[in-house]
Design a protein around this ligand. Structure first.
Ligand SMILES: NC(=O)c1ccc[n+]([C@@H]2O[C@H](COP(=O)([O-])OP(=O)(O)OC[C@H]3O[C@@H](n4cnc5c(N)ncnc54)[C@H](O)[C@@H]3O)[C@@H](O)[C@H]2O)c1
Ligand SMILES: [Zn+2]
Ligand SMILES: [Zn+2]
Length: 365
């Protein structure tokens, strides 16, 4: 079938809207009419080739839509149902079986490989093949092919057009707190980077009962929103020493910290700002090969670092929980979202990079 999609054509080049041919669903696949899709920082990281998904490609991995058709072996969803598309994993390894799909050894191949697990692509234009199945979906288009394993059924009484970002950025920030660090009520946490991931972490920290929630960023507008969403303190890292500020607020160091900037020097600050027995979660996705340094003694005396993929989330379980928290007014992630039309994808990307928009969401109409 024909679709309209935003194509990443080459490194650092803007997206181009093109008409493409998309395959019919295979027996285990689900064709989704995309209603809207979030733009995640990781889409831009790949467009700019810091991660090596072959271009040209249709990116997009925060799609929400309505099931149009399903392959003959699909049993989990039916045409007409509302779904969010999330990341894809093998479903068969020990990490997948033990509820840690973000640590599936096939994660990189299945989400960044630009093809199905068997290396086949589903998108063509004039005989030329494009990378497809980005995060098992490639949702920057009017239709997407997902696997039945990475679609999550969502209720119909919540606006579908805003749910896509639950599939990556928002579940990553919230899950980084609720699933990975799971701080005890009454503890302190410092969140470095107040983008959509960091602010989702701030909201989650309030949900789980952290009583000191410190947001660190260099953009005053983001710090202001962090306070509205639950930060008890904010630190502008452009104006003050973040480590000293956190040590002063927490009387020695935070119990938990979360790194969402992908900047090595900030990662170090997130570790240095911990008190003894503190735990730092790393979420920021730096270019392959990026190194960070620490004083070995900082770690030796009882601090730890944990790498976090997709908030250690099991999307089928976690996304409905976030929706219920949203319904109760305890997780107002809609405040991060600004809508654009698919044709405005380059504006959306630019507004995300300059910091004007927290979470751009492209509507397909
Ligand atoms: N690990 C995962 O599974 C996963 C999933 C989704 C996104 N990510 C990554 O998470 C990161 C955050 O995503 P996002 O959408 O929130 O991005 P974003 O760009 O909106 O947010 C990053 C924030 O960091 C701030 N920042 C930059 N330099 C800083 C500094 N020196 N000190 C303090 N703050 C600084 C920026 O002002 C910005 O607000 C990205 O690297 C993205 O690729 C990882
Ligand atoms: Zn993402
Ligand atoms: Zn697996």
């Amino acid at each position: 079938m024909q679709i309209r999609a935003a194509v990443a054509t080459a490194k650092w080049e803007p997206f181009v809207i093109q008409t493409l041919e998309l395959d019919e669903p295979r027996p285990d696949e689900v064709l989704v009419r995309v209603v809207a899709t979030g733009v995640c920082h990781t889409d831009l990281v790949v467009r700019d080739q810091y991660y090596p998904t072959p271009l040209p490609a249709v990116l997009g991995h925060e799609g929400a839509g309505i099931v149009e058709r399903v392959g003959e072996r699909v049993t989990r969803v039916q045409p007409g149902e509302h779904v969010v598309m999330s990341f894809l994993t093998c479903g068969a390894c020990s990490a997948c079986h033990e509820g840690q799909p973000g640590q599936c050894p096939e994660f990189f191949a299945l989400n960044f490989g630009g093809a199905r697990g068997d290396h086949s692509q589903a998108l063509r234009q004039d005989g030329q093949v494009l990378s497809s199945h980005f995060f098992g979906q490639s949702s920057f288009g009017t239709y997407a092919l997902a696997n039945e394993r990475n679609v999550v059924k969502v209720p119909r009484d919540v606006p579908l057009e805003m749910l896509g970002p639950l599939g990556c950025g928002i579940q990553t920030g919230a899950g980084g707190v609720m699933n990975s660090l799971h701080p005890r009520a009454g503890t302190s946490i410092a969140v470095f980077g107040a983008g959509s991931v960091g602010l989702s972490a701030v909201m989650a920290a309030r949900v789980v009962g952290c009583t000191t929630i410190i947001a660190v960023d260099t953009k005053p507008n983001r710090l202001e929103l962090a306070q509205e969403l639950g930060a008890t303190h904010v630190v502008n890292a452009a104006e003050s020493n973040a480590v000293e500020a956190i040590q002063s607020i927490t009387d020695g160091g935070a119990n938990y910290s979360l790194e969402t900037t992908a900047v090595p020097a900030v990662f170090r600050q997130a570790v240095d700002a911990l008190q003894v027995r503190g735990l730092c979660g790393l979420i920021g996705a730096a270019p392959l090969g990026t190194e960070a340094t620490f004083d070995m003694n900082t770690l030796l005396f009882g601090r730890a670092i944990k790498g976090i993929v997709e908030g250690d989330s099991v999307p089928d379980v976690f996304i409905p929980r976030l929706i219920e928290l949203y319904r109760q007014g305890r997780f107002p992630f809609d405040r991060l979202i600004r809508f654009y039309d698919l044709d405005q994808v380059n504006q959306a990307a630019e507004d995300s990079l300059t910091g004007i928009t927290l979470k751009p969401v492209l509507r397909m109409q």
